[in-house]
Write a protein that binds this ligand. Sequence first.
Ligand SMILES: Cc1ncc(COP(=O)(O)O)c(C=O)c1O
Length: 459
Amino acid sequence: MRNPKADEVISDVLTDREIYELCVQTNFWTWSAQAKVEPIAVHNAKGVYFWDIYGKRYLDFNSMVMCVNIGHEDERVIRTMVKQLYELPFAGPRMATKPRALLGKALKSILPEQLDHFLYTLGGSDANENAIKLARSHTGKFKILARYRSYHGATYGAIALTGDPRRLTWEPSVMMGVVHFLDPYRYRSTFHQHNPDISEADFARDYVKHLEEIIMYEGPETIAAILIETVTGTNGIIIPPDGYMQGVRELCDRHKIVMICDEVMSGFGRTGEWFAFDHWGVVPDIVTMAKGLTSGYAPLGAIAMRKEIAQAFNEKVYQGGLTYNGHAVSLTAAFSVINVMKEDKLVDQAREKGKLLAKLLQEMYEKHPCVGDVRSIGLFGVLELVKNRETKEPMSPFNVNNPIMLKLRQYCLDEGLYLVIHWHKILIIPPLIITEEQLQDGFRIIDKALEITDAQVEV
Ligand SMILES: Cc1ncc(COP(=O)(O)O)c(C=O)c1O
């Protein structure tokens, strides 16, 4: 039976209260227990700030969802997108369009020349899904190696690749064939608890050796790809030691395994290079990207692949694709974002301001006993909180956001600082346009907030 309201045209005028209440009544929230959600009712955003419907301003230390790298509401991107909407809002995924041509040219200009074919997706998860399909089909092999401290997305294949416990709820019905291995995580290195001062080169070598051992046990003839976040994101900004990425590349070459770098979070200037793998001079076979690709102005992911992989499908059909792959407005947003990044030299800015971020993190480490470790690369940083610096017991147990960490986050929110906490880690991932003063403003709030967790330190 037809809904009696089905023919009623709905006015777009709402009170602030209606905005909040209608959202709470009608929306099913991701990553949430529905009854416990208290969303921030966002009204508008500009630069590194956003405002709620009551006029409260938040300094955005998480680039919303680690994606708004160029900052909120950049007029140049909005104008280009609006122009595209008038010109051609949508064309099918197998049609040649100006936005597709322009983005291909723009991506080629920022990636190593070997990576010259692009498949556009809706976001990061399906970029990883397609990367796996490509690798399996290209090699005729099946297994995928990925790391434990990783997140690769929430769709069924991507959650299987994910090493962190977000995968566990959906097991055992996730994609088969994924084998996880350990991350080169110096602060909590399994292999170096008794020799923490090991040199960087030896540390890298031990973790490459660990990976090699897994490859030999699993059988190189069964392994299609090794998929890694070049610099681990949510699981704690784990920066590979020099030699590690080169070692992974060498193993992939030796065993004919496709090397996939997930640059969904670490790409687009975040680490002070266009892509994090640029720091170590390696060229992966496939790169997956999303988030910073459009800086949140429209949904889009992409896969960059080597010519050889693309050519493997010259005659056989690539079985895959979604209706909205390569949406014209999203492609335009990405093209415009890349130009803005170039115009404003945002990659260099991230590298420069990263020095101040590292200094501020170090100051927090020196001042607050609850800070066990700090790490950063570019504007990608983390404070890892512990109850005890000697034992390194985390401030919050594994896979739990405990009340103390939530209290710390609430303090920051009350003071107008928006950031994300993952268990016992505070992530610092601001827009790359943040000024030194704004970084310092945020850290003044974090400095006070850390007194909450200092009080929990065991003496
Ligand atoms: C490293 C990494 N890969 C993949 C994804 C999934 O991207 P999306 O949420 O766009 O599907 C994320 C999202 O946070 C991510 O951080």
